[in-house]
Ligand binder design. Sequence first.
Ligand code: PMP
Length: 351
Amino acid sequence: MPRQPFIRPAIRRMAGYVPGEQPQGGGFIKLNTNENPYPPSAAVRQAIADCAGEDVRLYPDPMANALRDAAARCYGLSREQILAGNGSDDLLAMIMRLCVDPGDRVVYPMPTYSLYDTLVEIAGGTIVHLAWPADWALPADVAAANGRVTIICNPNAPSGTFVPVEALDRLAREVAGLLVIDEAYVDFAADSALRLVRQHDNLLVLRTLSKSFSLAGMRVGLAFGQPQLIDELAKVKDSYNLSRVSIAAGTAALSDADTVRAHVARVAATRARLIAGLRGLGYAVPDSQANFVLARRPGVDQRPIYDALKARKILVRYFNADGLRDALRITVGTDAEIDALLAALGDQHAH
Ligand code: PMP
């Protein structure tokens, strides 16, 4: 048979998602992918160790019910209002599978989490970018953009800024389709849209255990919505989308909220120091309700600064994207890590 093209043209055209660098050797101060600088508790690590026994020959529970029940207890909801994902990235992919046919509009303000573009392109949907205004308030034209799916990342990445929950409540009523609130970073913020799931049957709230719960390596995400919507979402998930080890880790972590609260408080205190230090160096930094900050020198490409920091084994995030080249996104690390970063940045800006 003559060979035929077998890659979809839509895929050939797309840029693809570029995740942050993950150096596998040691020695880096890693402030580039918004992980938690503090480890999960001993109890969580023990639950992971206990799980990795003979039972790994058996498939995991396809619905991860132990994890859903732990999340239900933690958040005061029912199991039926929760679906687990292999990270919240997996849940975002499920949402596209569930809702987006070729040509369907998917709406979100930019800049935001760059995986959304990739997932819409894979689905063959139509990306509809709106612009965040200078003050990072919810744009006025979100509902009018008429998305099959509308996504608001809150706190937003990479800005760290937060849209008041009342504005999201109104938006859920106004949009014609599904509203997704991506709350990956919400434990570092003062409020959350989780309470809205009881009021809207077109709302999904996404959380992850990768950030506040210190489990990025375990891949555990949670979607919250009304039971009918959660049932539909479950139809398009991979059959065994969480491993036994992930389920055990997530279940233990959700039962250990005190550790998370303590780590979040430390991160918030360090975040205030980081923002003050960066502003002292002349960076414009919006107030952040996440575990990272966006530091901007308007019009000045930050690539050389990123390179100089990397040469000193400090990794931050540089985005080679329109409107973001004059900014660095910096994860809130430990106090010692942030001291090292500020000292290195101070050296750069001294000459
Ligand atoms: N949403 C946002 C806004 C993120 O920054 C991330 C982390 N890269 C995710 C979702 C996905 O997180 P995970 O898949 O680790 O749960």
